[in-house]
Design a protein around this ligand. Structure first.
Ligand code: ATP
Ligand code: MG
Length: 885
């Protein structure tokens, strides 16, 4: 047996199947495309679902891949296994070969056996096979092809060896290839056997024989063309080839552990507890690196939340190793070094990954500083109760976990330290409700979730030929009609429904570009097309409202796209590409498209960038894009092989699904993108480009909104009008507006100063007058009176001034303003035990039809009836006498 590196195993696998006429297909993103039901790609077959179902035919019938996989959620969740077994990872690479109605069981078993025993030279006498209990065919094939003795072919039940895509749909028995690593590996118990959960009997490869379709009643019908889907863990095969007992000791992962050894000054293998942490860190660093590179951003929901949890788990284990300094970027960098050859796209994400890892690490440090004191408080409170058992309540635990992000194991550890218990079952209950909530919201984003089923039931003929790159109008035949998700024969005047045509010029919403609108016309028929979407790959759905006549199944009609709307939309689409290119030139290569909206009236472009786009940068972006418009560069659209496009430097994005032949849209060598959208013929058609808005929408994500052509012109026109109108009102010329406004401000400030001085003077004068009228009530000095034209603030100043003059006493001042009355009452500190300013002002204001209150020394109030003001003032002495204590 040769010692092969992980990279060599990967290559050998692909070359073996390539020699056997399989098409090599690249790994799809960890974020599954077109599949809102799945958080992460967890097997090689994910990108081939459509091909296996027959809804998305491929130009090949045999394929082979090395697929990036993540198993941290849903049916396959290996998170808790990581670090504790020698064979489980969160992120791993799955080697796979697929047959879409081509070879079946025999081929799959022959290929699997030949590759492992001949190509890799694994010892045949240590290999075992498991099969589904009833699968005699597989049993015979293992006997015949591999010559396996009957005791090394093990029949297992449905749970282990029957595979299904979902509750309904394709399914079938499967068969696993297992290697016995000998009694020295694993649990070492005499009872250990092939079904033991330990590492001795290592599952290498699972061959799935998709031969049935299961209906809603659970009935199995044989598929006309059975298919093959297989998956083998690269790391496991590498471990076996390298003669090591654990995936973590292969050249794919061991260097990461070395990096951690180096960072922590600890030796791998010295202490089991530490070894687990080292393995977890190595594993999680791989997952984090690939998730970030595939465009997932850490946040608090869905995929981002899973990423954040993995990342924090890694950080948590680093703390267990005594590592308090930021370190993650060092390890993710190492991941990129190791994996770059197989995944060249990682190199371009290097700084993005390091940066986000750093940001998250900071944030986590912060959080611990915030959350740990809360946990300690909680523990303190529980202990103070001196109950028989000190238990931290589940709801509080969940809050610490969910709101503050405190990891469970950390809570547990501290609780043990502090001799308190944790109510984890209460916690689980809270967690469950939350998960149900998030699952519900996650489902909601698959807009066609409900109706997609209806389309799947339709005959294959519903695949629509798209003519809209060249035509805006075409004859077509109706191949299906749906109303409320159910097939119907006709849609009549006044009704809405969905129309499928054999061919169409209508562009269905995709890649950010909105769906076309327009009309369907026929004899006596007029239907408005409200929107166009793609519920399934290759199927175009026209949402219509019938205005006149009716649409019938099979009918010929004329489909016409709203040409004006389309023409403004394409301007925005081409401009989006130009913005993207300009952003990369001006802000840097890290800029990466996160999403876009291409509508008839505007475009929106979301991208990764740290920090705001400055005014000067926005100006340069605008200028650069406009320069491309003025030079009227042709927009070139070509079809080519994916590899060729990538070699040309075409930008491809996460979130888009690419076949092997791709459409490339380029504007000289300024912008080259893979894109299925519609575009202008040359940049000059766009006419004008104007950024209307720039803002941050999430951590590290910015959004630019912009306008083109007539929209941009209208925008500028509107701004010009506002400017002209402002100039008119200011009695100046448009270009002189700023100067004029400055002068106005200057004069306002001067006036304000003057008002201040005059008010002070007036206040002084009024104060003198009021003081002259001061009286004594039960030996207390009372100054009461009104000050015409004073606002609340001026009244307060007046009262202050009076207070300073009398030293001890009571002040009540009021002012009638705009049909209302303002009141201020003050009581000097020496008297507040006897009289409350709030009570006083409340009673006196009540006479003027109002109310108020305040502190014992200062209170304010308002009234509605200025006519009663004098009467109210006259009653103040009496009131004071009554209120005095
Ligand atoms: P196991 O029982 O060992 O968890 P599985 O039955 O879940 O494996 P499959 O779903 O059949 O595995 O996946 C196909 C292959 O992918 C497995 O035979 C194995 O080689 C590999 N594999 C599965 N899960 C992991 C994992 N978490 N880490 C590494 N490799 C894995
Ligand atoms: Mg598993």
């Amino acid at each position: 047996m040769t010692r092969l590196t992980g990279g060599e195993v990967r290559e050998r696998f692909l070359r073996f199947f390539e020699r056997n006429t399989h098409t090599v297909v690249s790994s799809s993103s960890l974020v599954p495309i077109d599949d809102p039901t799945l958080l992460f790609t967890n097997a090689g077959m994910v990108q081939f679902k459509g091909a296996l179902l027959g809804t998305d035919p491929r130009p090949y019938r045999r394929a082979t891949t090395v697929q990036k996989c993540l198993r941290v959620s849903g049916k396959h969740n290996d998170l808790e296994n990581v670090g504790r077994t020698a064979r489980h990872h969160t992120f791993f690479e799955m080697l796979g070969n697929f047959s879409f109605g081509d070879y079946f069981k025999q081929g799959a078993i022959e290929f699997g056996w030949e590759f492992l025993t001949r190509d890799l030279g694994l010892p045949a006498d240590r290999l075992w096979a498991t099969i589904y209990q009833d699968d005699d065919e597989a049993f015979e094939l293992w006997r015949k092809i591999a010559g396996l003795p009957t005791d090394r072919i093990v029949r297992l039940g449905e749970k282990d060896n029957f595979w299904a895509m979902g509750d309904t749909g394709p399914c079938g028995p499967c068969s696993e290839l297992i290697i016995d690593q000998g009694p020295g590996v694993g649990c070492g118990r005499p009872t250990c056997g092939i079904e033991c959960g330990c590492d001795r009997y290592l599952e290498l490869w699972n061959l799935v024989f998709m031969q049935y379709s299961r209906d809603t009643f659970g009935k199995l019908t044989p598929l006309p063309k059975p298919s093959i889907d297989t998956g083998a863990g690269l790391e496991r095969i590498a471990a076996v080839c390298q003669g090591v007992k654990s995936n973590f000791e292969t050249d794919l992962i061991r260097p990461l552990i070395s990096a951690v050894e180096h960072l922590t000054n600890k030796t791998y293998g010295a202490e089991e507890k530490h070894d687990v942490s080292m393995r977890v860190i190595a594993d999680h660093a791989r997952a984090v690196t690939f998730l970030l590179a595939d465009g997932v951003l850490p946040n608090n929901e869905g995929r981002g939340y899973v990423l954040r949890r993995i990342l924090r788990r890694g950080l948590r284990h680093a703390r267990l190793l005594g590592l308090d300094e930021p370190f993650l970027a060092t390890v993710t960098d190492k991941v990129i070094d190791l994996m770059m050859v197989a995944y060249p796209e990682l190199e371009g994400s290097r700084s993005h990954v390091a940066r986000l890892a750093g940001v998250e690490e900071d944030r986590f440090g912060h959080l611990l500083r915030e959350a740990l004191p809360r946990l300690h408080d909680l523990i303190q409170k529980v202990k103070e109760k001196r109950a028989e058992r000190a238990v931290l309540p589940g709801s509080k635990l969940f809050e610490l976990y969910d709101t503050y992000g405190l990891p469970r194991d950390l809570i547990d550890e501290i609780a043990i330290e502090q001799s308190v218990e944790c109510d984890w079952s209460g916690f689980e209950a809270e967690l469950k409700t939350q998960q149900e909530r998030s699952r519900a919201s996650f489902k909601a984003f698959g807009e066609f979730q409900d109706t997609a089923g209806a389309y799947k039931e339709l005959p294959k003929a519903t695949r629509t030929t798209f003519l809209g790159y060249d035509l805006l109008e075409s004859e077509a035949s109706v191949v299906a009609l749906l109303s409320d998700g159910l097939p119907v024969e006709r849609i009549s005047a006044g009704q809405e429904g969905e129309v499928l045509l054999d061919k169409t010029p209508f562009y269905a919403e995709a890649g950010g570009q909105v769906g076309d609108t327009g009309a369907l016309r026929g004899d006596a028929l007029l239907a408005e097309v409200l929107d166009t979407k793609r519920p399934l790959h290759g199927v175009v759905m026209h949402r219509v409202r019938v205005k006149r006549g009716e649409i019938r199944n099979g009918q010929r009609l004329l489909a016409s796209v709203d040409a004006v709307r389309r023409s403004t939309t394409v301007k925005n689409h081409t401009a989006t590409h130009l913005v993207h290119a300009a952003l990369r030139q001006i802000l840097g290569d890290h800029v990466r498209q996160e999403g876009s909206l291409v509508a008839p009236d505007r475009l929106r472009f979301d991208f990764r960038h740290y920090g705001p786009v400055t005014g000067a940068e926005a100006d340069r972006i605008e200028e650069m894009v406009n320069e491309k418009l003025w030079t009227n560069v042709p927009v070139l659209v070509e079809e080519m092989r994916l590899e060729e496009a990538l070699a040309k430097g075409a930008l491809a994005f996460f979130g888009d699904k690419y076949g092997d032949d791709v459409r490339v849209v380029s504007v000289s060598d300024f912008s080259i993108e893979l894109c299925g959208g519609t575009h202008t013929k040359a940049t000059g058609e766009i006419g004008l480009f104007k950024i209307s808005h720039e803002a941050g929408i999430a951590a590290g994500i910015r959004r630019i909104e912009a306008l083109t052509g007539p929209g941009a012109f209208q925008h500028l026109k509107r701004e010009e009008e506002v400017l002209r109108e402002s100039a008119d009102r200011l009695k100046s010329k448009p270009l002189e507006v700023p100067e004029r406004v400055d002068r106005l401000f200057d004069s306002t400030r001067a006036l304000e100063r003057e008002v201040q001085t005059l008010r002070a003077k007036l206040g002084g004068e009024i104060a003198e007058e009021l003081l002259k009228e001061a009286t004594q009530v039960s030996g207390i000095t009372l100054v009461a009176g009104k000050a015409e034209g004073f606002d609340q603030r001026a009244l307060r100043e007046l009262a202050d001034r009076l207070k300073a003059r009398i030293g001890s006493g009571v002040i009540v001042v009021a002012a009638p303003t705009d049909g209302r009355v303002s009141w201020v009452a003050m009581v000097t500190p020496d008297l507040i035990t006897r009289l409350h300013a709030g009570t006083l002002v409340k009673e006196v204001a009540a006479i003027t039809g109002g109310g108020g209150g305040g502190r014992p020394d200062l209170a304010e109030a308002g009234g509605k009836d200025p006519g009663k003001l004098d009467q109210a003032l006259a009653q103040v002495p009496e009131l004071i006498q009554r209120l005095l204590r």
